[in-house]
Design a binder for this molecule. Structure first.
Ligand code: FMN
Length: 410
C-alpha cells in the first residue's frame, strides 16, 4: 500500500510513511506554552504510527492571537517546555513540525489590543467580534517577516523536525494573497507578484535562519471561495513560485472564516465519492510543479488515500478530524487495506448554527480536550452541547487574559 511507503523531501529529510496529522488548533496552552495537557495529547498521537505530526497553529506574536489559549513561541524563555513537547510526540518515530501563524484581521478583538492586516478591510462577520484592522506599515511588515523567521529558529531549537507556514484559511499570509483583504497600492499589493511577496520573503527569512536541511512547508488555499478573492489561477502561480523558493512541501486546503470550505461544506456528489474535496485542484496543480504535495480535507478510508497517491496527484495524505475521534487511526489504515473512519455529520438541527464553520471546529476541539485529559473521544457527544461548551471555553480564556492584563492572579 502506497500510504506505508517512505518519502524523501527536497531537503533530504525522509518521512517514514505518507500519513500526516494536519494542524488542529488545540487552544489548550498553559500561559501560552505547552503544558501537561498538550504533552499528553501529542504523546498519544505519537504512539499512532503517524509519519508526520503537524501541530495546531503556534503564534509568532503574543499580542496577536487567534484564540485565547494559543501556544506562542517568540523567545527562548520556556524552551524546555517546548523540548518536552516535541520529545513526547517523537518517542515512537513520528516527526513533528510546528505550524506557525499570525492571525492578522482574524484576531478576535476581545483578546488583542490592536488588529493589523495588509489593508483596513474588516471581516464581513466583524459584528461577531473582529475589529477594522490597521494597515501594516512597511516596517511592521518587515518585523512580522522576521518574527516568522525567529519563531522558526526557536522551533528548530525546540526539537521540531520542521515548520509549516500557515498560509491558508484567511490568516495574515492568506490575507496578503487575497485581492479582497489586500488592497495596498505599494509593492505588497495589487498584482499576484506583489501579493505573494510577503510569503516569499517569509520563506527566504526562515531559510536564512534554519539552513538548507531543515524542512519548510506551507499550507495554502486552493482558493478562498469568495467572488473576487484568491483564485485557483492565483494559487497555481503562488505554488510555482514557492517551489522556486526552495519550499519542501505544500499542503492544499481552502476557505477562510468568511467561507469555511476547509471542513468540506457543500461538497459536490462527484467529489464526495473520492472523499478528498480539494483533489480536483491537486490534480490541476500537479501538472505545474514537482514538489511534494500534501492533500487534506475529507479523507476517511485507506482505499481513497491509496488511490489518491497511486494517481500521482499527491504525495502525502493529511488527516485532521478523524484523528480527534481515533488518535491511533493510522495504525489501522496502515495495516488494513479496507480501513475506514467515517464521522457522523456535526449537526444540531438548527440551520443557523449548522451553517457556522465554528461548530465543526468547536465539536472536534472538545474531543481533543477529552483526549488531553485522559478520556476517550465521545462519539455520542451532542453537537448541540458543543456550542455552549465552546462558548464557555472561549469566554473563560478571554476572562483569564483580561484578569492577567489587570495583574490579578486567580
Ligand atoms: C478543531 C480543529 C482545529 C483546526 N485548526 C487548524 C489549524 O490550527 N491550522 C490549520 O491549518 N488547520 C486547522 N484545521 C483544519 C484542518 O487541518 C483540516 O484542514 C480540516 O479539518 C479538513 O481535514 P479533515 O477532513 O481531515 O478534518 C482545524 C480543524 C479542526 C477540526
Amino acid at each position: 500500500m502506497k500510504i506505508s511507503k517512505p518519502i524523501t523531501l527536497p531537503c533530504s529529510v525522509t518521512l517514514k510513511n505518507r500519513l500526516v496529522k494536519s494542524a488542529m488548533s488545540e487552544n489548550m496552552a498553559d500561559n501560552h506554552r505547552p503544558g501537561s495537557r498538550l504533552l499528553n495529547l501529542y504523546k498519544i498521537w505519537g504512539e499512532g504510527e503517524i509519519g508526520l505530526i503537524i501541530t495546531g497553529n503556534i503564534m509568532v506574536d503574543k499580542n496577536e492571537l487567534g484564540e485565547p489559549d494559543n501556544v506562542v513561541l517568540e523567545d527562548d524563555t520556556h524552551i524546555a517546555d517546548f523540548q518536552a513537547w516535541t520529545k513526547a510526540a517523537k518517542a515512537h518515530g513520528s516527526q513533528i513540525w510546528a505550524q506557525i501563524n499570525h492571525p492578522g484581521r482574524q484576531a478576535p478583538a476581545a483578546i488583542s489590543k490592536t488588529t493589523f492586516a495588509p489593508s483596513p478591510v474588516q471581516l464581513k462577520m466583524g459584528a461577531m467580534g473582529f475589529r477594522i484592522p490597521q494597515a501594516l506599515s512597511e516596517n511592521e511588515i518587515k518585523d512580522i517577516i522576521q518574527r516568522f523567521a525567529n519563531t522558526a529558529a526557536l522551533c528548530k531549537l525546540s526539537g521540531f523536525d520542521g515548520v509549516q507556514i500557515h498560509g491558508a484559511h484567511g490568516y495574515l499570509v492568506s490575507q496578503f494573497l487575497s485581492p479582497i483583504a489586500n488592497q495596498r497600492p505599494d509593492q505588497w499589493g495589487g498584482s499576484i507578484e506583489n501579493r505573494m511577496r510577503f510569503v516569499l520573503e517569509i520563506v527566504k527569512a526562515i531559510r536564512n535562519k534554519v539552513g538548507a536541511q531543515f524542512p519548510i512547508g506551507i499550507k495554502i488555499n486552493s482558493a478562498d471561495f469568495q467572488t473576487g478573492g484568491f483564485s485557483e489561477e492565483d494559487s497555481v502561480i503562488v505554488v510555482k513560485a514557492l517551489e522556486q523558493s526552495g519550499i519542501d512541501m505544500v499542503e492544499i486546503s481552502g476557505g477562510t472564516y468568511e467561507a469555511a470550505s476547509m471542513t468540506g461544506k457543500d461538497v459536490k456528489e462527484s467529489t464526495r465519492a473520492r472523499e478528498a474535496y480539494f483533489l480536483p485542484f491537486a490534480e490541476k496543480i500537479r501538472n505545474s510543479v514537482n514538489l511534494p504535495l500534501l492533500l487534506t480535507g475529507g479523507f476517511r478510508s485507506s482505499q481513497a488515500m491509496n488511490s489518491a497517491l497511486d494517481s500521482g496527484a499527491v504525495d502525502l495524505i493529511g488527516i485532521a478530524r478523524p484523528l480527534a475521534m481515533e488518535p491511533h487511526l493510522c495504525r489501522r489504515l496502515l495495516s488494513e487495506p479496507n480501513a475506514r473512519c467515517d464521522l457522523k455529520p456535526v449537526k444540531t438541527g438548527i440551520p443557523m448554527i449548522d451553517n457556522l464553520g465554528i461548530l465543526e471546529i468547536g465539536y472536534y476541539s472538545l474531543q481533543l480536550k477529552r483526549i488531553a485529559d485522559g478520556e476517550n473521544p465521545d462519539e455520542h457527544l451532542s453537537p448541540l452541547l458543543a456550542v455552549p461548551l465552546l462558548g464557555l471555553n472561549y469566554t473563560s480564556g478571554i476572562l483569564n487574559s483580561f484578569l492577567k492584563k489587570l495583574n490579578l492572579n486567580f
